[in-house]
Write a protein that binds this ligand. Structure first.
Ligand code: ADP
Length: 402
């Protein structure tokens, strides 16, 4: 069984083609800057972990459909491809962003489902339309079934008191305004891997999972189910991120509009793309932040401090939500690779039963591992996320059950 996973963003998409028998990634790639004349396609063959790009094309990809059609021809290309015929693809798994309350489980893609998803585009205008476009074109190009796996699914178990906002009730009933959460496929995957690592049943662990990448979110997991998460109606809320501000006083929006005359769209762009680490320091990549801190850059120092502080506050509040925590889990670009951030986040947490073994924290590994001091009440784990594999597994499970 070979599953093609497609992850459509607003102006790009990533793909991975996975052999499910041995979980090897046969090829993978990225099409970027769709809709501009500086578009590019990069394609790698196994082992896809290497930096070696076997094929690169720089040209305009007018639409996602254009890019996907090109990738399909690459998959069967005599030199760069990995299969002879597209019929060798057993299934296609799509990353969906916003499933809202309609899609709380991985779902077979069919016309009725696409129409419902289209209705949800109002809640995710940047993400759902390209995802739908991807699903439509894959259904046309490939004879195999497609399954959608949504970022919001894992968070659908949150209780009402966690997902509702304290706003007039009809904003929820009429417009669906509530906390949905994102990065759910990653939170679920690392929560399950953490349970396996700890030797506990997947429905018997209490965890705080920290997905710290360019976008970051934190989830509270009780008995394997999400009970709260830091992102909300959109991915803007929660902790300080690469370019997003995270939680701020909602009145700032109004105040800014009045003082500067900026439009709602301009303010939205500022909060999403020009804030967070970037807004504070001019840099959104954590490696650049560390390099600048070493040179004494005060803006970078403050950005790092605020990033860690916002995460520490969230961990503390989720500790209170859960009462008992088996493990604190770090994942994604910063969570997996940045021992400096992990050490700063966990500093002086002994009274919560959390303390790092600094030597283990400093070691590098692509495997799931514990970085906690022995004997602490709460284990601290680093678990590499793998959203594409999680989507491929969920896709196979839907098809097996069908
Ligand atoms: P996203 O998928 O949200 O775009 P990633 O999960 O790839 O983001 O994470 C990107 C972040 O991870 C960047 O801030 C980057 O600096 C950071 N990162 C990646 N590798 C390292 C590393 N070795 N040390 C510190 N930070 C790293």
């Amino acid at each position: 069984m070979k599953v093609l996973v497609i992850n459509c963003g607003s102006s790009s998409f990533k793909y991975q083609f996975i052999n499910m028998e041995n979980r090897q990634v046969l090829c993978c790639g990225l099409v970027e800057r769709i809709g501009t004349d500086t578009g590019s396609l990069t394609h790698k063959k196994a082992p896809c972990t290497s930096d070696e790009i076997v094929f690169k094309e720089e040209r305009e990809f007018a639409t996602h459909t254009d890019g996907i059609t090109r990738v399909m021809s690459l998959l069967t290309d005599a030199e760069y491809g990995v299969i002879k015929d597209l019929s060798e693809i057993s299934a296609c798994g799509h990353r969906g962003v916003m499933g809202a309350e309609k899609f709380t489980k991985p779902t077979l893609v069919e016309p009725g489902m696409l129409a419902t998803l289209d209705d949800l585009s109002v809640l995710a205008p940047l993400h759902n339309p390209p995802t739908i476009q991807g699903m439509r074109i894959m259904s046309e190009l490939l004879p195999c079934p497609s399954v959608a796996v949504f970022d919001t699914e894992f968070h659908s178990t949150m209780p009402e008191h966690a997902y509702k906002y304290a706003l007039p009730n009809d904003l929820y009933t009429k417009y669906g305004i509530r906390r949905y959460g994102f990065h759910g496929t990653s939170h679920r995957y690392v929560a399950e891997q953490a349970a396996d690592f700890l030797g506990k049943p997947r429905d018997g662990v209490n965890l705080i999972t920290c997905h710290l990448g360019n976008g970051s979110s934190i989830s509270a997991v009780r008995d394997g189910k999400c009970v709260d998460t830091s992102m909300g109606l959109t991915p803007l809320s929660g902790v300080v991120m690469g370019t997003r501000c995270g939680d701020i006083d909602p009145a700032i929006s109004n105040y800014l509009a009045e003082r500067t005359g900026k439009t709602v769209a301009e303010i939205d762009k500022m909060f999403n793309s020009e804030s967070g680490l970037k807004g504070l320091s001019g840099m959104n990549d954590m490696r650049d932040i560390h390099a600048a801190r070493e040179k004494g850059d005060q803006g970078a120092e403050l950005a790092f401090e605020m990033f860690c502080y916002s995460i520490r506050k969230t961990i503390g509040s989720y500790y209170a939500v859960l009462g008992r925590v088996d493990a604190l889990v770090f994942t994604a670009g910063i969570g997996e690779n940045d021992d400096i951030s992990r050490a700063a986040i966990c500093k002086d947490f002994e009274s919560l039963g959390i303390a790092l073994d600094l030597e283990k924290n400093g070691q590098r590994s692509g495997e799931a591992r514990s970085i906690s001091k022995p004997g602490m009440a709460v284990d601290v784990l680093v678990i590499p996320t793998n959203e594409e594999l999680a989507i491929a597994i969920a896709t196979m499970n839907v098809l097996k059950a069908a």
